[in-house]
Design a protein around this ligand. Structure first.
Ligand code: AMP
Length: 589
């Protein structure tokens, strides 16, 4: 976020303009009086009931006589609609849990999902959690290679997907996934009958009564893959106890009330779409809108209007795309039902906050978190003045600081405005419990009691946190975190490529786009045909979500003496910025 962002005036919200009394009234009081034990008691009751996420999100409401409420209002791409009540969701997910049991997929086994946003995806998620299996959603725009990597690391035993995604992305890698025993296909399975089960047919023969076994708070529940600068994708493990944070952060940061109609635009293939697109809203017993279709400005305004959405959680790229569609379009829609709008995933420029105030009649509330934190950690609250461009203040129960760390020692930077790494004091319920099979990588995220986030930030004199950038080379494109190494490894497999370096190139809409610098093997000449061929090759393997948007040829790539490609230098050159310390550079660059 540029320095100038800090000069935007705060957006004040006189209490009279809030349509319902915010759950978090006075920030200082909420922080002082908060305890995780109280939050746990509020959700689980006293004496505490089963901590199983699916029980707390679904069955608990049915048991309390709220089964008739609509849990999911599903909007199909072609205008279809389907409502699932909490009772419907309970019965269907009971059936799915029984299907898993019948197929001998047990507690601790990983169930992967690769699906569009259709009701079956949500049923599978809840059913998996009921069975105490581990749910791992994948983004449907991934190509076969990211899917293969993640399913291999996660030892996926069962996959829920659609016939189209299976044929295009899974069939070719199935033989090299030895742990994968079952595939369940949503929709018409046709000629795939030999290879897979049909979702409807297995559900229809399974019993719709399932008793959720007693679940321990530390039982594994969710596996979410994320990326680092180097190495394979990391499987962040989350436990059932995380639901306490999902619940309470929905209450404080998104101001959930039971009567809300909530729309989270994120896909469950990314952590936001699971924590806040499935779990948190359901624990509040509200109605959530699920849209199958991809972004379309007019469609989105129509959904906000027609579904009378009251709380909306989206991302800066989507906001910038709506801004791009122009101010005339929203004038044709009645957006008056909306009372709270939030955003996450990448820096939200002050212009985005102000656009909300102008077009929606409410500013956008930015908040910050990441796959590893499992839930929102820093936020602008309904009752609080917004500093446009700032991520807000730490949630009650979360201690955040900007730190310097050297040789395993962490020093908290007290001086306002000084830049450092954003750190969180470890120990909140939705904190990841490890990277699957990578103890050392996990350990490196901590120094003493502090979890080091990999983000650079600063705090102003009033305690608002400001995002500065990433401390590493990961790329944020349209809110999706992409590891440059994963992209480079795929491009390296092209027969013409000798070496490749990948960076995030700033983009006015997507935040960053993936750009690759390619050096060719002897005998290959740079040219448009070869460039398109490499682009197509990368797309086919990585999928549209991960593949580069731009490829340029270069004679050779700057490397450190130890042989690592200096992405930092590639980026500085791309941006025309000072090249910084080149002392580790190999030879003349
Ligand atoms: P992910 O783990 O994919 O959710 O990505 C987490 C990363 O996204 C964070 O470490 C930040 O770099 C970035 N991020 C998330 N929310 C924000 C925000 N509100 N402002 C700036 N960056 C953000």
């Amino acid at each position: 976020m540029p320095e100038s962002a800090m000069n935007w005036p705060p957006i004040r919200k006189p209490p009279g303009t809030l349509r319902v009394a915010p759950n978090l009234g006075d920030y200082a009081t909420a922080v002082a009086s908060f305890s995780w034990d109280d939050a746990r008691r509020e959700l689980l009751g006293d004496p505490p009931g089963n901590i199983n996420i699916a029980y707390l999100a679904v069955d608990r409401h049915v048991a309390a006589g709220r089964g008739d409420r609509i849990a999911i209002r599903w909007l199909g791409r072609k205008g279809e609609r389907r409502n699932l009540t909490y009772q419907d969701l309970k019965l269907a997910s009971d059936s799915f849990a029984n299907v898993l049991r019948d197929l001998e997929v047990g507690p601790g086994d990983t169930v992967f999902a690769l699906s569009e946003r259709v009701p079956e995806l949500y049923i599978a998620a809840i059913g998996t959690l009921k069975n105490r299996s581990v749910f791992c959603p994948l983004f449907p725009a991934f190509g076969p290679e990211p899917i293969h990597q993640r399913m291999s690391i996660g030892c996926g035993k069962l996959l829920v997907t659609t016939p189209m995604l299976y044929k295009r992305k899974v069939a070719q890698i199935r033989a090299s996934l030895p742990d994968l025993q079952h595939v369940i296909l949503i929709g018409e399975i046709g000629d795939l009958i030999e290879e897979a089960h049909g979702f409807d047919s297995v559900i229809s023969i399974a019993s719709d009564q399932f008793t959720i076994p007693e679940t321990a708070p530390e039982d594994l529940a969710l596996l979410h893959f994320t990326s680092g600068t180097t190495g394979k994708p990391k499987g962040a493990m989350h436990v059932h106890d995380a639901v306490v944070a999902h619940y309470i952060t929905g209450k404080t940061a998104l101001d959930f009330h039971e009567s809300d109609i909530f729309w989270c635009t994120a896909d469950p293939g990314w952590v936001t779409g699971t924590s806040y697109g499935i779990i948190s809203p359901l624990t509040h017993g509200l109605t959530m809108v699920v849209d199958q279709a991809d972004f379309d400005a007019a469609r989105w305004y129509r959904i906000l209007q027609d579904e009378r959405v009251t709380v909306w959680y989206t991302a800066p790229t989507a906001i910038r795309m709506l801004m791009k569609a122009g101010p005339g379009l929203p004038r044709g829609f009645d957006l008056s039902a909306l009372r709270f709008a939030g955003s996450v995933g990448e820096p939200l420029n002050p212009e985005g906050v102000a656009w909300g105030a102008e077009v929606l009649g409410l500013p956008i509330h930015d908040n910050w978190w990441q796959t590893e934190t499992g839930g929102i950690m820093i936020a602008n609250y309904a009752a609080m003045d917004i500093r446009p461009g700032s991520m807000g203040k730490p949630l009650p129960g979360i201690e955040a600081a900007v730190v310097r760390h050297e040789d395993d020692a962490v020093t908290v930077i007290e001086a306002p405005g000084e830049e450092g790494e954003l750190a969180l004091r470890a120990g909140w319920p939705s904190m990841f419990r490890g990277y699957l099979g990578e103890e050392e990588r996990y350990r490196k995220c901590f120094s003493g009691e502090w979890y080091l986030t990999g983000d650079l930030a600063r705090v102003d004199e009033d305690g608002y946190f400001w995002f500065v950038g990433r401390a590493d080379d990961v790329i944020k494109s349209a809110g999706h975190l992409i590891g440059p190494f994963e992209v480079e490894s795929a491009i390296m497999e092209h027969p013409a490529v000798a070496e490749v370096g990948v960076i995030g190139k700033p983009d006015p809409v997507a935040g960053e786009i993936v750009k690759a610098f390619v050096a060719l093997k002897p005998g290959f000449e740079p040219g448009e045909d070869l460039r398109l061929d490499i682009l197509g090759f990368a797309r086919k393997r990585l999928g549209t979500a991960v593949a580069p948007k731009e490829i340029v040829f270069t004679e050779d790539l700057p490397r450190t003496r130890s042989g690592k490609i200096m992405r930092r230098l590639l980026k500085a050159r791309e941006l025309g910025l000072p090249e910084g310390d080149l002392s580790t550079l190999e030879g003349p660059a």
